[in-house]
Ligand binder design. Sequence first.
Ligand code: URA
Length: 436
Amino acid sequence: MLAMRAVDIIRKKRDGQALDQAEIEAFVQGAVTGSWPEYQLAALLMAVFFRGMSVQETAALTLAMVRSGVRLDLSELPGIKVDKHSTGGVGDKTSLILAPLVASCGVVVPMMSGRGLGHTGGTLDKLESIPGFRVDLSLDEFRAALRDLGCALIGQTAEIAPADKVLYALRDVTATVESIPLITASILSKKIAEGINGLVLDVKCGRGAFMKTLPEARRLAESLTSIGAAAGLRTRAVLTRMDAPLGQAVGNSLEVIESIETLKGEGSADLTFLALLLSEAMLLMAGAVEAAAVGPRARQALSSGQALEKFRAIIERQGGDPRVIDDYDRLPVAAGRYLVRAPRPGYVTRLDAESVGRASMLLGAGRATVTDRIDPGVGMLIHCRVGDQVAEGEPLLELVHREGADLGPALRVLESACAISDVPPVPEPLVIDTLG
Ligand code: URA
């Protein structure tokens, strides 16, 4: 049989035809073995960007990307294994709360997370602000931690969906990231490879999110749930608003502290609500608790301290200093403080997540490019919520910075982050919809 030629596969997609499984497999293998040059990989990515992919093609791409590496078999561990994926937000530290919470209810949570980029934060960076915490466990160490504790939080290893690493790097420099089938295959291939049976998705929508509009976010949520189901995964997607930051802290150590406070039952209302909602969806998916009991069970895991103790055990297991739970001074937090105050009395009508995320990045909490180093001790504390009534001069935001740092760029980004009006805003619920 004649080998399939890359140029014919590219032409077929360019002309709007559907690719078959063998053609998709040839593309993915071409990416991992290097047998397709980057210009042909990029050409096909651009053709997919413009022509799209059917559900069958996207499912075939997802599974071919899973097969490009190792697919963990966690069948020796009891029950349905569940994870959560968020499409990225500002101040979103729910993983640090729900992973121990759900594991403390007896469900195995194998969590592979990412790093922050641009104005959004990443779970791995937050965890690494805990002195000693290792996110680079080998797959054997990951499996052992899951067996002993029911939960581990690590980064994607080189064995997991290696095709995604090649393709994502190319998409990043060829303006082909924003393609629903490519995003779907990228996210799901990594999740399926980690050996889970169920996935709860938090698809963010709004000014601080990857998907700015509701139709876009809905299309992504529908694609993720339908392809997940086609690949044999139980999936549920929650569409949530990301116009304002989630919770009261942005930046790595600051978010770890807020997560621990939430695990102690002292978290802000929006963060606690979302962490519980996603935990309940995971518990329900795992069949660990009856539908009617799932809310009380999740709340009890928080109020009893069970979830907090699980987080302590995870930190210890992954080489971190568990004393951070009781002593926040063990976390690196910068000493400099600068308050942004309300210029006039009124109601807060806007607290722009993207500006807050971008300003935190400029202080050093995030990366402009993947190779940037981050400072775990800087970021921002948020002293108001949308809808709050404030007096003139009342603190709205608190910059946490290194002494002597030039705050100018961050303050310029924050100039229009907050709006204050005489009329209170119409309240908007955090959860927009649920799918799957
Ligand atoms: N996150 C991913 O993992 N992949 C994408 O393509 C986009 C966001």
